[in-house]
Design a protein. Structure first.
Length: 156
């Protein structure tokens, strides 16, 4: 077998978003974010687990299913779990901009409400839904990291 035949092709070729493989149990800091959190739990100060941070996912014409929603919650937990102490809630809006016409038309907007700081809003558009979500998740992680580091620098 040649080396070139053993290489994987470049680019994203997995339309299943990695759902087929067996998942390792998540740590408390990297757990998927919750769909709903009871009101008494919201009132408690100092929630530190990402499973206690509510993540609201709204779909406008993009046609996402429950597997896509769980994928986004899992990725949010992995990317933002380390900042869970500073996050009050997360809102994800996914929409199909052009409808059936096609093109660069899947948009993903993620808003992270931080406690004691301005909210962080990131918007990304791409032809594929997975790419729009992944790039928005990457950007929101770095934006939240900058905001939290800025607050720590001012406090210290």
């Amino acid at each position: 077998m040649s080396i070139s035949s053993m290489r994987r092709p470049a680019g994203r070729i997995n339309p299943a978003l990695g759902r087929d493989r067996a998942r390792q149990p998540d740590s408390a800091r990297r757990a998927p974010m919750a769909a709903r959190v009871p009101r008494p739990a919201k009132r408690r100060a100092g929630t530190t687990e990402s499973s206690k941070v509510p993540a609201h996912i709204r779909d406008t014409g993009a046609g996402i299913d429950e597997q896509d929603r769980s994928y986004v919650r899992r990725k949010l937990g992995m990317k933002l779990g380390k900042f869970a102490r500073a996050i009050e809630r997360v809102s994800v809006r996914i929409r199909d901009v052009n409808g059936p016409r096609g093109g660069v038309d899947k948009a993903c907007a993620i808003k992270v409400v931080l406690s004691g700081m301005p909210s962080v809003l990131v918007q990304q558009q791409h032809a594929s839904l997975q790419a729009a979500m992944d790039s928005a998740l990457r950007r929101v992680e770095s934006a939240v990291r900058r905001s939290v580091q800025r607050r720590r620098a001012r406090a210290g």
